[in-house]
Ligand binder design. Structure first.
Ligand code: HEM
Ligand code: SF4
Length: 313
């Protein structure tokens, strides 16, 4: 079904541009000054499990539940998408080579998890469109920004293409029990001739392939870079308890704050690249809450804008 003569060059170009964008970003992080973040590997690993895989902080707010499911759906669908790309590059490579019971469990998991991801994206869209919290609404990073909506629309398109691809294949005959959601989409195609079903499956395959490669390339150029950097950033987190800032002593020759990019540490820069512009820091910032113009989210946003040239989130 896939046309390797078109897909292989497309895949190579998309991979190279993706690697180049990531390299550009990481080069900017390397401009920061040194900071030790590799000590205590066991505590770091434990924290990564709690904060990344357990989504401990994200779950502290009710909307975090939606992100928790989206995060885990993404983890499972990573396997499905690697299989999809490999099959595109080397037709015939497929998880169906696994023992049948294991393959059926995977089919069922991918089918149900894709539905969960689609539902999460719908919830995220509805929230952004109709119930955006005040801290997400701003003059510079709007809840309904094109970038935020585009990413959600792309994830939804990936899920729908997956269902139509599998549905069109099931409608041509197949065991529907392991892919109930795709079977439902297949039932919408009932009555189409075998060649029309073949065309639907081909179109769905290409939509999935192109959106996946564009999505990959959008990550390093958007706030969704956090999809790539949030897990390592949890590993590199500070192991010290957040404390009150030491009092500044104003003396001649001392430096206060940061005026040049090199004065940030590499971790500061990695943080700004990982920021999802969720607005939580602003919501909790005591200075901002007294109505002062200090706005933590804006600061992170401006740093990103200047360093990485991100579009508004
Ligand atoms: C350690 C891992 C991660 C952490 C800590 C994290 C954290 C966050 C936070 C705090 C937000 C903002 C949510 C809000 O508006 O309240 C967010 C948004 C988002 N994250 Fe993650 N994230 C992680 C990994 C991922 C991964 C792997 C994906 C893959 C799909 C992902 C997809 C998204 C999406 C699509 C949004 C936008 C949701 C929306 O528009 O409402 N995240 N993330
Ligand atoms: S820096 Fe602020 S806006 Fe960015 S992810 Fe952290 S809490 Fe959210």
């Amino acid at each position: 079904m896939s046309n390797t003569t078109i897909f292989i060059p497309l895949f190579i170009v998309a991979s190279l541009t993706f690697i180049y964008s990531c390299y550009q970003r990481l080069q900017l992080v390397a401009v920061g000054s040194a900071e030790e973040r590799l000590d205590n590997p066991l505590s770091r690993l434990a924290g990564t499990f709690a904060y990344a895989f357990g989504q401990k902080r994200v779950l502290a707010r009710p909307y975090g539940v939606n992100h928790f499911f989206l995060f885990w759906a993404f983890m499972f669908l990573l396997v499905a998408n690697v299989e999809f790309l490999l099959e595109g590059l080397f037709p015939g490579v497929s998880l169906s080579a696994l023992p049948a019971p294991l393959y059926h469990v995977l089919e069922l998991t991918f089918d149900l998890v894709s539905l969960v991801a689609l539902a999460c994206v719908v919830v995220a869209l509805v929230r952004r469109l109709f119930f955006a919290p005040a801290y997400l609404e701003n003059d510079y990073t709007k809840a309904r920004s094109g970038e935020a909506l585009l990413i959600l629309a792309m994830i939804a398109t990936l899920m729908l293409a997956f269902f139509f691809l599998n549905g069109a294949q099931l409608a041509q005959g197949g065991d529907t029990i392991w892919q109930p959601v795709s079977a439902f989409f297949g039932s919408l195609l009932a009555g189409l001739s075998p060649s029309a079903l073949e065309s639907v499956a081909g179109a769905a395959w290409w939509v999935h392939a192109v959106v996946l490669l564009v999505f990959l390339n959008l990550l390093p150029r958007s706030k969704h870079m956090h999809i790539l950097t949030a897990i390592p950033n949890c590993y590199f987190r500070s192991l010290e308890k957040p404390n009150v800032q030491p009092r500044e002593t104003f003396k001649k020759g001392e430096r206060y704050g940061v005026s040049q990019v090199e004065q940030f540490t590499w971790k500061d820069l990695f943080d700004s690249m990982t920021c999802t512009e969720c607005g939580r820091c602003q919501d909790l910032c005591p200075a901002h809450n007294t109505g002062k113009p200090l706005n933590p989210r804006r600061i992170v946003h401006d740093i990103k804008q200047n360093l990485f040239g991100n579009a508004s989130a």
